[in-house]
Structure formats: C-alpha cells, structure tokens
Design a binder for this molecule. Sequence first.
Ligand code: AMP
Length: 283
Amino acid sequence: MICIRSINALRLHIADEKRTSNTIGFVPTMGALHAGHISLIKHAKAENNVCIASIFVNPLQFNNVEDFKKYPIQQDADIALMEAAGCDVLFMPHTEEFYPTQPKISIDVGLLDRILEGTHRPGHFSGVTIVVTKLFNIVAPDKAYFGQKDLQQVAVINQLVSELNFPIEIVACPIVREQNGLAMSSRNMRLSNSGKSIASNLFKALSFIEAKIKGGEKSVTILIASGKTYLDQFKEIELEYLEVVNGNSLESITEIKEINKVAICIAAHVEGVRLIDNLVIIL
Ligand code: AMP
C-alpha cells in the first residue's frame, strides 16, 4: 500500500493507473477505522482493479467544535488496518493543502438539509458535499463506496452525483454491527463497556418498531410512541430524534401506506457521545 499526502502526487499516481485502464474504487473515511470501514474497502477491492481510500477528518462537516476536537485519531493503527484490508493507495491530505482557505462555495442540497440530520446538524451536509466534491475531483474514481449507516449522507451523495453529473457510480454498503446490534462507529471508542451495552438499545428500539410494522401497525405516531416507551427504560439514553420516514425520499409520513420502503432513523446521546442508526424495511 502506498501512502500519499500531497494532492499532486496522488493525481500523478492516478494518471498512471488510468493509462493502464485500471478501474478505481474509492472509499472516503475520517479514520479511527473499524469493521464497517473495512467492509467498504473489501467491496471496493472486489469490484475494481485498484482501491483508493482517504482518511481526512473534515473540519467543515462538524457543526459542534467539541465533537471535532474529540474525534478519535489513530493514524498508525489505521494505516496497518488499511493495508491488511487490501487497500492499494491511502490518501491522507494535510488540512492546510486541502483547504488553503475556507471554501466560499457551498452546495445547498435542498430538502435533505431540512430533515433528520439536516435539522439537527446545521451545516453538516454542506461540509460533506464540499469534501466529497473535492475528493471526487482529485481521485476521479469509477465507483465510490459509502455505508448505509449514514443513510441520509448516501441520499445526499446520490443527489450530488446525479444533479452535478459526476461520472461516478455510488455503491451503498450494509451497516456492520457489533454482536449486540450496536452499529459500528468511530465514536463508539469514546464509550465505556457499559455505555456500549446501553447504546445497543438504539438498535433494539429500531428492531422493536420494525416488528410492529411487520405486524401490521400503520400509524407512525403509535410506532414512534412505542419506540420511545422502550427507550424510556434507559435513563442513560438521551434521545435526539426517532422518526419513521419514507425509505426512498426520507420525507416524513404519518401512515405506512402506498410506499415500498420505510426507514426508521434514530439519533441519541450516550455518555456524551452522539450516535446515529437506522433500519430500512422493504415492504
Ligand atoms: P466515517 O469515517 O465515519 O466518515 O465513515 C466513512 C464511511 O464508512 C462512510 O461511508 C460511513 O457510512 C461508513 N461507515 C461507518 N460506519 C459504518 C458501519 N457500521 N457499517 C458500514 N459502513 C459504515
């Protein structure tokens, strides 16, 4: 695996790969790697000649300064994990080169910025679209891999690629979970063992609602109330939102009817760590 820090060096390397008609699969990450990230590398590796990954903790997408400061960094371990997973090129840009000045351009993703994560993390998706646009322009991959753990992010990237005509196929990969159901996340490193165990109840609440949907419950108000009642047992969980939405558009719904996909989305804080999770159900 080659580690590259400079944008120009990466461009030169990629030009070489393209001369030999190699296809490039790209996995952008913020590091503090876990099995969820590794699954994206494996998908990229299986479907392309070359797998390029990036590690860059993007300051623009943090709406909370403390969250940015506390974001886990484990560079040496990450390099070893990337190499073991079969990554060919690891791009780790320096912030000063990546953002020589604060970008003045911003991309408004419309409705997606006014629902779920958009409402709760103002400015988050404009930070995501800027970093992803820059990375796409630098790497010019054939395919790019994202986790469904960040369901709304996948929707934002799909909209970005479609509306701005990026010649890149977006591949959404399934959520990788701990045995107890907790969705893997770099932020889990900040949880104690008991915090991790408590946090697994977020997935249990999603599964509880899923079972009710499969049992025929149509009212979103009733579904949400039952999920909240379940979570109320755990005083350590501070719920930010729990929503049942249209699984295609992520728009809110009041009843489960005339749709083929529903998404249950949750954000909550445990031990001061913000966690998100979701469950998509095909009806
Ligand atoms: P991050 O480093 O958190 O920005 O995540 C980088 C990529 O890994 C994003 O596309 C995430 O959606 C994806 N990812 C994070 N956690 C998981 C997980 N538990 N399962 C699958 N993909 C994940």
